[in-house]
Design a protein around this ligand. Structure first.
Ligand SMILES: Nc1ncnc2c1ncn2[C@@H]1O[C@H](COP(=O)(O)OP(=O)(O)OP(=O)(O)O)[C@@H](O)[C@H]1O
Length: 720
């Protein structure tokens, strides 16, 4: 291929790209005008015109936003199709395909048509674009040449072709470039994940476009694009059935806030803003837990056996509950013994949500006292007795202390008391597990809940219920007649979603995506399951990366319960796009010690740079980490991640690295590194992560497979 050929072909593509941008500018101007016209309509002032205006402004603003967010790299692909091979049903099923024959199909981030409705650009999620990702030389699907177009701003900068069906290539068809995927993979990483729309691979595309119903299960080793697939699938579902998925909402659950921050930029760049991203510590409204627990603590807090412990706690008397009641009323002594009170608690409380049945419990106490009073003063009316006693201060103080409204976090705190815990956990948790739990709950009051406390709080919320709310009539949000109303429903919904996204404890998502599913504990599955009763699901994970040391059977049961009997669509991803072969070889060595026969993904990129392994004196450890960071910040353009065995070492190292105040440098624990990716990684004390256990080795496998280009390990003892 001569430079001239490439130059000429770029010029041809530039012409088309210019046409698309020119048309887009026109459409954008139209949308902006429609938005302005919409506001004008308000002047007319009839109800009909207000509705029309709302719709007009809403759609116009959405269109304009989409045009703006998809500007960069708008056109990224071209398919030259064999005319006779365009499937008639494809054209029927897909309006975007209609009108495509011998002319090339251009694929991009949005669908764009000319004034005469001739397609200029096909949205990557449309069926007509699927061949761009799925065609291979073995199965060209009617594609003769697939071309990837790279751009900078509106300028075409490079082309990469695959000739898939040489026998069908018309005379003069030119083929240029060598490897758009590898070029994309070798670029430095920013702090956030990027979309992969231009280079989605065949097996990934099958998972992305898997049926919208049931459960799509995606498994694959490190760096195989599971997260990328899950996010692109969310964008695909929102495109293919917007009414269903945007209306019901898509919930995406990731392991940690760092991870959520890493992936949250991907969806808007795909043009979707209707997905809710939450880490496991944020799923329950009001909590934003980031504190991690050890594997041993997770095994206890995450076990479904905690349900029984929590149920017993939720039915128990609160600390400081009065021993009994003795009050004087109309000259008589009335009494409720502790035993009688507890009998009422058992009778009324069992199987009920205690915060919702306070009135019933109070009624039962009144009845008990009335029996005594009736015997003493037979002429007194019960209604009068009830009314007067309810006003009695001593009686009211007793009720408040005996059956107070309790919050989930209070009840969880009761478990930190070893005596109480023994009562609740007798026959359910071993003595050792009880000790572990008591220790792990000690910081609850001062530091707030840990990530693994949040599902327990959710469970308790379910068991305790809420204070019954008095019925209030909803006020209308705004009036049409009389009050001059200035906001459109679009503005209102935007303001509302900015202030309170799908609160309070929104539970009916249309689709739930669970990332890093291998580490979701049974109690976490229950928490996620409550939010997806009516949903279809995408579950992605890698069992080999799991740090769970509790019962595997329990996890499977809890997961199956959350997913219900929905049909499952399994997918396997087999290529590692993240690590260089040199880096993945080190990670593979570790996981083979746990599972010698595990099929591992194949890394596609070689850098020629071997990982560096250093052993240093304990006193030199922090300085060695500092030196490695300094060197790597110079060697790579993108991010450097320092991965530590635990939070204590993380905090110490963070202090040592304070001279760098840069977005490019991150210090995280091995657990928080799940799902993350850095251009260079400094792994501190790998031996402490390994800790001689299988779960430890799996976590080490995670930590070793985070880097794209450089890996340096620093240890005080040999670990390989
Ligand atoms: N088809 C692709 N084209 C370009 N880059 C890709 C492609 N697939 C994946 N990648 C890149 O590979 C890296 C790994 O992807 P991702 O984080 O989704 O993998 P993962 O399977 O979730 O990994 P892990 O299990 O280790 O967390 C990302 O940088 C992603 O952008």
């Amino acid at each position: 291929m001569s430079d001239n050929t490439l130059h000429d072909e770029i010029a041809i593509e530039q012409q088309h790209v210019d046409r698309v941008y020119a048309r887009l500018a026109r459409l954008r101007a139209d949308a902006a005008k429609a938005e302005a016209d919409g506001y004008q309509l308000a002047r007319v002032g009839t109800f009909g015109s207000l509705v029309e205006r709302d719709a007009m402004v809403f759609h116009a603003a959405r269109r304009r936003q989409a045009f703006d967010s998809e500007h960069e790299g708008l056109v990224f692909g071209r398919l030259d199709m064999h005319p006779s091979r365009i499937e008639p049903d494809e054209a029927a099923a897909d309006p975007e395909a209609a009108g495509w024959d011998e002319r090339p199909r251009y694929i991009g981030r949005l669908g764009v048509r000319t004034e005469t409705a001739e397609p200029l650009l096909i949205d990557w999620r449309a069926p007509a674009a699927a061949a761009f990702y799925r065609a291979t030389a073995a199965q060209p699907l009617g594609v003769i040449r697939r071309r990837m177009i790279s751009s900078f701003g509106e300028k075409v900068t490079g082309l990469e072709d695959d000739l898939l069906d040489p026998s069908a290539a018309p005379e003069g068809m030119r083929v240029v470039g060598d490897g758009a995927l590898l070029a994309a993979l070798s670029r430095a990483k920013g702090t956030g994940m990027r979309d992969i729309v231009a280079t989605i691979q065949h097996e990934q595309d099958l998972a992305i476009r898997s049926p919208a119903s049931g459960v799509t299960m995606v498994e694959g080793g490190p760096g195989t694009g599971k997260t990328a697939v899950a996010l692109h699938r969310a964008a695909y579902l929102l495109y293919s059935d917007r009414a269903r998925f945007a209306g019901g909402g898509v919930l995406i659950v990731g392991p940690s806030p760092v991870f959520v921050e890493y992936i949250e930029t991907v969806l808007p760049s795909l043009g979707e803003d209707t997905a809710t991203l939450k880490s496991l510590g944020q799923l329950v409204p009001g909590y934003d837990a980031t504190r991690e627990e050890t594997a041993a603590v997770r095994a206890v807090k995450g076990s479904t056996r905690m349900r029984r412990v929590l149920r017993r706690a939720a039915e128990d008397a609160p600390p400081g509950s009065p021993d009994g009641l003795r009050i004087r009323y109309r000259g008589e002594w009335l009494e409720l013994t502790w035993r009688q009170g507890e009998e009422i608690r058992r009778r009324i409380g069992r199987g009920n949500r205690r915060n919702e049945i306070r009135a019933k419990a109070f009624g039962a106490v009144l009845d008990q006292l009335w029996e005594q009073m009736k015997a003493k003063q037979p002429r007194l009316e019960q209604a009068r007795f009830d009314e007067e006693l309810t006003e009695h201060e001593g009686f009211r103080d007793f009720l408040k202390a005996w059956w107070p409204l309790v919050r989930p976090v209070q009840v969880l705190g009761w478990l930190a008391d070893p005596q109480r815990l023994r009562r609740y956990a007798e026959g359910t948790l071993s003595n050792e597990e009880q000790r572990t739990l008591v220790r792990a709950l000690a910081p609850l009051r001062e530091q707030g809940p840990s990530i693994d406390d949040v599902p327990l709080l959710d469970e308790l919320q379910e068991l305790l219920g809420d204070k019954p709310k008095p019925r209030v009539r909803r006020r209308e949000a705004y009036t049409v007649g009389g009050v001059r109303e200035v906001a459109t429903s679009y503005e209102r919904s935007r303001a509302a979603s900015a202030a309170a996204p799908r609160e309070n404890d929104y539970r009916d998502y249309a689709h739930v995506v669970v990332d890093e599913a291998q580490d979701v504990t049974p109690m976490q599955w229950r928490m996620i399951g409550r939010r997806g009763h009516a949903a279809s699901w995408t579950v992605v994970g890698d069992p080999a990366q799991s740090a769970w040391i509790g019962s595997a059977g329990e996890v499977a049961r809890a997961r199956d319960e959350a997913l219900g009997g929905r049909k499952r669509f399994p997918h396997q991803l087999t290529t590692n796009y993240r690590n260089s072969t040199e880096i993945f070889e080190v990670a593979a060595e570790v996981i083979r010690r746990v599972s010698p026969d595990l099929p591992l993904p194949k890394a596609v990129r070689t850098t020629g740079v071997a990982p560096v392994h250093r052993i240093v004196e304990r006193a030199q450890l922090d300085d060695a980490v500092r030196d490695a960071v300094a060197a790597l910040l110079g060697e790579v353009e993108g991010t450097v991640g320092v991965i530590t065995p635990d939070a204590r070492i993380r905090d110490r190292i963070t202090a040592r690295l304070s001279e760098w105040d840069t977005e490019r440098l991150r210090v995280v624990t091995a657990l928080a590194a799940k799902g993350m990716e850095y251009d260079a990684v400094v792994l501190v004390e790998p031996g402490l992560i390994d800790a001689g256990t299988d779960a430890g080795r799996r976590t080490l496998y995670v930590a070793l497979s985070r880097a794209t280009q450089r890996l340096t390990t620093i240890a005080t003892r040999p670990w390989r």
